[in-house]
Design a protein around this ligand. Structure first.
Ligand code: MSP
Length: 648
């Protein structure tokens, strides 16, 4: 039976980072998991290539939009290959069949009376390709905070307003349509407020899919982008001849839930087409307290992590450490910590001690004998793991497997095979030794098979070391139960699968490679290599006008307190000569106590876009030098200086 799942198609105006990798890794995990359950799972991803943003990025890179897209789309594909992700179809919105599918969707909606021509005047965010209803000129975009632009033009409109009732019925009758529950509630309350019609074409963009017979209209990016889920599998059938559409699962990040759970089903309803079965919107990966994004410059890439720790270490960390559906922080230290405690000491150690003992005490042949308690626990784990995964509770599913690993560890210690091995003349000791070794090896086999979707590069090694004849990916969970390991089978050569990693060294290596990757990706985006690393030795030259754009003022810190739940952040109010003090959140709590800050004169960047950190809106930035491994030292003055003075 087919199972069709998708990731978002990523914008090509930013190079891939682990935020994109997160969704794509989970999709790959899910594809493998569904295959282990016997489905013919198909995964598509791709690139979202049209729109003003891309046009501008290409211009900056000195390329045509198509040339630029070719480079970045190839880079996304390359990253997924490096990570070993099994992607069935990589669909680009510039592929020829895609334009046909988009026009077909449009025509169906139009023939059914859900599309009309109208005039649009309003605010538009070119960065998010978002029309911002009810906004005034230069109001900020609700998503990214950048100023919106006013536009007036003739557009085709989609009658979204006609679908509120049907959408609510859909959410009510199929509660699993949008998950998790928080996102479902959010979408339902949005739809309950009533829906405005949606402009789905534009006339002032050149880089877009032309609306057939309606020049100069081109499709608005979301109408274009969402149709990828259909065009990616257009004409492709499962081996049993089933159509792949409708999708069984759209995996997305939470910020695009509205497009997927409101617009997309409405387009499909209007076109008289089948709806996807389920949308799961996961949370954000945060780095240094905020969402990783190109504009904030706080990006981590997967490649340095893969090179130093391996792709499985990254997968394991993301699935175990982050509760799927909620936001989670990425940190190099936590990544290495998890690897050492759970993979090197946990699974890796169980594998090497068990297999080494079978070699030493049983000449490499799997002995016979089962300890019923461990067998029962292993069989329960097969169920518990799948139940948790079915609910997208990956972390819980992994906990269940690690509970089995630690029970087997304790069981080995209890029977101390190294002692039993010395009692050569005692047949019951020898029997107990065989039982202990078989039980540990069989539990290891079950753990490895369960974990294959999570650790697809390392579990096949454990599998081969157990001497299993068939490939691990051909295992099916419904026949995995206790007893599959055949006594007499010979184990393979035993090598450590997860060698321990030195924290300091690994983090230093990853950071160094990260700097290199930043520079390489900047070149891909057409920037000069020195530009992205603003702190690097040779910052790019700017004009005096560039400098004067930065409004730096002298401020006096009035209050300071640590931000709850953060080691780094401090919440301060600063008098900068305005009627009201400014609220700032600064990452200096490790270097300064609140009392050291109060009454101190500091330098503030006063015209920075507001930014929310831990729920507090920060209206500016405190200026500090960064020394050593990033310790901040506040800028200040020797002379007494009035509050509000501008730095020039
Ligand atoms: N092109 C649209 C999607 C169209 S789908 C028909 C788009 N592209 S994007 O490049 O911005 O990718 C957004 C997606 O990338 C998120 O929804 C999520 O899947 C993933 N992520 C990007 N940054 C992320 C984090 N920092 N954390 C978690 N996921 C992140 O939106």
């Amino acid at each position: 039976m087919k199972y069709y799942l998708t990731t978002p198609i990523y914008y090509v105006n930013a190079a891939p980072h682990i935020g994109h990798a997160y969704t794509t890794i989970v999709a790959d995990l899910w594809r493998r998991f569904k295959r282990m359950q016997g489905y013919e799972a198909v995964l598509t991803t791709g690139s979202d290539e049209h729109g003003v943003n891309v046009e501008r990025a290409a211009e900056r890179a000195g390329k045509t939009p198509k040339e630029f897209c070719d480079v970045i789309a190839a880079e996304f594909e390359r990253q997924w290959q490096l990570l070993g992700l099994q992607i069935d179809h990589f669909q680009r919105t510039t592929n020829a069949n895609h334009a046909r599918v988009v026009n077909d969707l449009f025509k169906r909606c139009r023939d059914n009376g859900f599309i009309y021509k109208g005039s649009y005047t309003g605010q538009y965010c070119i960065f998010d390709n978002l029309y911002v209803n009810d906004a005034k000129p230069s109001d900020p975009c609700p998503d990214c905070g950048r100023p919106t632009e006013t536009i007036t033009e003739e557009n085709f409109f989609f009658k979204l307003s006609a679908f509120a009732g049907r959408l609510l019925e859909l959410y009510e009758s199929q509660p699993e349509f949008i998950q998790p529950e928080t996102r479902r509630n959010e979408v339902m309350s949005f739809v309950r407020q009533g829906l405005n019609d949606l402009s789905i074409t534009r006339t002032n963009i050149k880089w877009g899919i032309p609306v057939q017979g309606e020049a100069p209209h081109v499709f608005y990016v979301w109408f274009d982008a969402l149709a990828t889920y259909i065009s990616a599998v257009d004409g492709i059938k499962s081996s049993e001849g089933e159509e792949l559409w409708p999708a069984d699962l759209h995996l997305i990040g939470k910020e695009i839930v509205r497009f997927h759970a409101v617009f997309w089903p409405a387009f499909l309803m209007a076109a008289g087409m089948e709806l996807p079965k389920r949308i799961f919107a996961h949370g954000w990966l945060l780095f240094e307290e905020s969402k990783m994004s190109k504009s904030r410059g706080n990006i981590v890439r997967s490649e340095p992590i893969r090179q130093v720790m391996g792709a499985d270490a990254l997968r394991y960390f993301l699935l175990r450490e982050v509760v799927f559906g909620q936001d989670g922080s990425f940190s190099y230290d936590a990544l290495v910590g998890r690897y050492n405690s759970d993979l090197a000491n946990g699974l890796g150690n169980l594998a090497s001690r068990t297999l080494t003992m079978i070699n030493q005490y049983r000449g490499g042949a799997i002995p016979e004998g089962t300890e019923p308690e461990i067998a029962a626990l292993a069989n329960d784990t097969i169920q518990a793991f799948q139940d948790a995964f079915e609910r997208f509770e990956f972390s819980k599913g992994l906990e269940a497997v690690w509970a089995l690993i630690s029970a087997v560890d304790k069981f080995i210690v209890k029977w101390a095979p190294w002692k039993l091995a010395r009692q050569l003349e005692d047949s019951s000791a020898q029997e107990q030794l065989s039982t202990t070794l078989y039980t540990a090896a069989e539990a290891l086999r079950i753990a490895a098979a369960l974990l294959y979707p999570v650790l697809p590069q390392s579990t096949p090694k454990i599998w081969a070391q157990l001497g299993m004849p068939e490939p691990i990916e051909s295992v099916r969970y419904d026949t995995l139960g206790w007893g599959g390991l055949k006594p007499g089978q010979t184990v393979g050569e035993v090598t450590g699968v997860f060698p321990r990693i030195d924290l300091k060294e690994a983090v230093a290596n990853m950071r160094a490679l990260e700097d290199q990757a930043t520079a390489e990706q900047a070149v891909l985006m057409g920037k000069k290599p020195a530009e992205p690393a603003a702190q690097a030795s040779e910052p790019a030259k700017i004009t005096i006008d560039d400098f004067l754009k930065v409004d730096m003022r002298v401020g006096l810190v009035l209050t300071a307190e640590r931000v709850k739940g953060s080691d780094k952040l401090v919440h301060i109010t600063v008098d900068i000569g305005e009627p009201e003090p400014r609220t700032l959140v600064a990452g200096i709590a490790e270097a300064y106590t609140p009392s050291e800050l109060v009454n101190r004169k500091v330098v503030i960047v006063a015209n920075l876009q507001p930014r929310k950190l831990k729920g507090i809106t920060s209206n500016g930035m405190i200026v500090a030098a960064s020394v050593g491994d990033g310790k901040p030292v506040l800028a200040g003055f020797h002379e007494d200086i009035p509050v509000g003075a501008r730095l020039k």
